[in-house]
Design a protein around this ligand. Sequence first.
Ligand code: J2J
Length: 536
Amino acid sequence: MDDFTPWPEDLARRYRERGYWRGLPLSDGVRAQAAARPGACAILCGNRSFSYGALDRMSSVMAGRLIAAGLRPGDHAVVQLPNRAEFYITFLALLKAGIRPVNALYSHRAHEMQAYVEQLDPALLVGSRAHPLFAEDGFLDALRRDGLAPRLGLWLDGSEPGQDLAQWMDPEAGLPEAPLPAPAPAGVAFFQLSGGSTGTPKLIPRTHDDYDYSVRASVEICGVDAETRFLVALPAAHNYLLSSPGALGVFRAGGTVVMAESPEPHLCFGIMRRHRVTMAALVPSAVALWLEAVRDGLPVPESLRLVQVGGASFAEAQARQVPDLLGCALQQVFGMAEGLVNYTRLDDPPERVFATQGRPISPDDEVRVLDREGRPCAPGQTGRLWVRGPYTFRGYFRSPEHNATAFDAEGFYHSGDLVRRDADGYLSVVGRVKDQINRGGEKIAAEEVEGLLLRHPDIIQAALVAQPDARLGERGCAVLVARKKLRAVELRRHLIALGVAEYKLPDRFAFAETIPLTPVGKPDKKALRAAMLHPR
Ligand code: J2J
């Protein structure tokens, strides 16, 4: 089965024996809360609220209808929804039906969506007619021409009869329902998106067992309980917002997820005050906006107890300002959609919380920090991070060639991060060796954008490199060797026409006579970055 690389039997046995893998579906947290406290509030979204009873019922109804419509466990789905309650209801429905979704980001466009459709051959598409890609039928028609169109499309904000998502999840709608399949917790629950460093976006199979463990353990570490009111202002589909502890953690603990469309501070503080939000998960660039707004006099909602910061490098100087300015505790999170998640602990001394990105969730997370030759680094020394464990995946979906280099013979995954580990196992992220730009927490695979740039007839060579940016941490700069001078607007237009997500557009374009190459003939990014920081 090339969909999913299983853990070797001895490790799988150990993870079960130690109680990490419990053989329960990922939807079980919501089911348990719905049984115990059906009236408790699970989601607040705009003016709407959804109880645990409603969340469980609506997702079950939708699952039964999908089965009645002929979808089968093991089928794939491509889902692209904004930060709305329907995202969670749909996700739970697909888990219950055994249909495996990839949850695309709402910022994704034709280029990314096409890649997911080509890889997964989905039977179902769930999207929004308000999204530029689906406002008209051009993209769907193209899929149809290529024989790639999903059998069923359901739309948020849609009015087509039979395709209205709201109706599919409305218990009163009276559509036919079939019994739900038996859960298969050791199998793939869904596909997570990789930040990537390669030409096409890679998919990460996550099982019910492994993901549920990371969620449960995160709930404990982050002190989430039924009183927690958790702000989801970053994309709900992102691994961080879903599982660290994310919405799934909050659901498991019986707390309330409060949804916002963006992390913009005025918007968020209003929502937080209204709904007495206690906890928020942010990326560093969003924290910077919040700190600035507070310095400008915006009062912080008093209910706020904990702010998590992760997804990109967080400057220590900024970390130190969080408790004073936001009046709450700080937790640093260093995670990845591939698995491993590190947290500073709530009882760690402040110095540790300010200066490190935490330690792994599990005693069975095996983290190796190795030098270039693969030798173990001493504590405090910088090296490459390799990891395997009870919730770190063992292979990208249908990517044997890439897997051959992303993993070693013992199944350790190379994250591409450069880290330092102290004597107590706490990690500090100091850089990366993967060819990626981390633009305010959004990951851009350099090779993907370079490939699109090279489709321009006048571009001979292209290299995308990261440059420091005060607001975003990093921004992308495309260094080009071209037949003629091209204007930035023209290059942006070229990329937009290829349907790439806007956040991947280079912030700057620079032209060069030649691009320095490494001994193996790849663009020498190190030399390029140095040349741009210190132009001659
Ligand atoms: C520096 N770099 C970081 C940090 C992630 C929780 C939190 C984040 C993610 C995530 C996640 C960082 N400091 N604190 O999935 O569950 C960079 C590293 C890492 C990559 C993973 C979660 N936290 N990073 O960001 O899959 O380079 O997951 O390998 O999007 O983000 O990106 P992603």
